[in-house]
Design a protein around this ligand. Structure first.
Ligand code: DSN
Length: 426
């Protein structure tokens, strides 16, 4: 857990009491719930301090030693520190730490490797992927001819026969690998083979897997892919924002595609917040946290699998190899939204998501996505994940039973036992 916080937000409280009250309310909310949103985490205080620092004052369009603004000597050092740490942590030839988000990183990767009108191929959102990899509604999508692939209906695993068939047919310039609701490991080498066969660039979207990869707990795509796009606030657990890793030979096109290609002035304080995050991710404590994250997801998935007959909830893709799992709620007579509201009542936050071959009629869906990254950061160990699993499974076995309030008390007790920012006084 984060170390002691030494300051209150006195000045904010004085200048803007209404906003201060909202931040106080959000802190109380975060403290009172169990966050199982698979893309969220709890940033260390050091990251919050860097993000909220005086670095926010500085314009720094461009890159170290090639800025459009005067007075960037210190910002150059900070950005280079973040770049070096990213390269070191992931073993990458090049790193760009300026993308505002994962979606902006994907837009920049497309700009780097494809021309308007080119075909591109990404993992369909309703199958576990992300729209920024192919969809015309996303920032860069309208420039390209977007195609998408999915998973095998029987196994829920990536369907490489289908991916290869589409790639041979549409000849994409870029193929994306990686998703936001895919619970299984991603064999990036299979994507590399297809890219080589059709002459496509491979972009690994490791927004969700970055922490697992940094800890050495998932195969790294860094040497296989032409570029990797990621976010720093999910399993890496730190600064909000995106990043691109690439082969050294692509450094120039990637940098030009980020700025000026797809973004304006960088959020300079985020260079520092990303640098701190990467520093913390290089520690044994980080690996240990990722191990608890993975074990926690397996424990929860195992409990749901064991109770499948009683809950009629099925694990999407049969289980998990990662920090997240998804439940198919359809046979339980629930929409994903409904299942989410049952968790919400217990103070457990998650996502209702469309799952592969969803049987619900949009806008309803049949998926409930849950992740363990934030709980592991909070300090959860095996027994705590097992306790939470028992609460959640019981909730779905006996939805209207008299035990409901007792279940809610058990999640409240878990939240109390693992306080967030205990020394932050607001
Ligand atoms: N927002 C991320 C997620 O929830 O998975 C993807 O953009």
């Amino acid at each position: 857990m984060p170390a002691s916080y030494t300051r209150r937000m006195d000045e904010l409280e004085r200048v803007d009491p209404s906003l201060f009250q909202l931040i106080r309310a959000e802190l109380a909310r975060e403290r009172g719930v169990l966050d199982m949103v698979a893309s969220e985490n709890i940033a260390p205080i050091a990251v919050l301090e860097a993000q909220g620092s005086i670095l926010t004052n500085k314009y720094a369009d461009g890159y170290p030693e090639a800025r459009l603004y005067d007075g960037c000597e210190v910002i150059d050092e900070i950005e280079l520190l973040a770049i070096d740490r990213a390269k070191e942590l992931f073993g990458a030839g090049h790193a760009n730490v300026q993308p505002y988000s994962g979606t902006s990183a994907n837009a920049a990767a497309l700009r780097a490797f494809a021309q308007p009108g080119d075909a591109i191929l990404g993992f369909a959102f309703d199958q576990g992927g992300h729209p920024s990899q192919y969809d015309s509604a996303t920032p860069a999508g309208h420039l390209y001819e977007g195609h998408s692939y999915g998973v095998d209906r029987a196994t829920g695993l990536l369907d490489f026969e289908q991916i290869r068939e589409i790639a041979l047919r549409v000849r994409p310039r870029v193929i994306f690998a990686g998703g936001s609701c895919y619970p299984r490991a991603i064999p990036f080498v299979r994507f590399r083979e297809i890219c080589d066969e059709v002459g496509a660039y491979l972009v690994a979207d490791i927004a969700h897997l970055a922490g697992l990869i940094a800890a050495g707990r998932h195969e790294s795509p860094v040497e296989l892919a032409d570029a990797c796009t990621l976010t720093v606030h999910k399993t890496l657990g730190g600064a909000r924002g995106g990043m691109i890793l690439s082969r050294a030979m692509h450094a120039e096109v990637i940098d030009a595609a980020v700025f000026p290609g797809s973004q304006g002035g960088p959020i300079t304080a985020s260079f520092a917040a990303k640098a701190v995050t990467l520093h913390l991710c290089a520690t044994p404590e980080f690996k240990e946290r990722i191990d608890r994250t993975l074990t926690g997801a397996r424990i929860l998935a195992h409990h749901f699998a064991a109770a499948e007959r009683d809950t009629r909830l099925h694990l999407v893709a049969g289980g998990t190899d990662t920090h997240l799992f998804a439940l198919d709620t359809f046979d339980a007579g629930l929409t994903g939204q409904h299942a989410l509201s049952w968790c919400h009542f217990l103070g457990v936050m998650g996502n209702a998501m469309t799952i592969p071959f969803d049987r619900a009629t949009p806008p309803d869906c049949s998926g409930l996505r849950l992740g363990t990254a934030a709980l592991a950061t909070r300090g959860f160990r095996d027994a705590d994940f097992a306790e939470l699993a028992d609460v959640l499974v019981t909730r779905f076995i006996d939805p209207s039973g008299p035990t409901l309030l007792a279940l809610r008390e058990r999640t409240r007790e878990l939240a109390r036992r693992f306080p967030i920012y205990p020394d932050l006084v607001l």
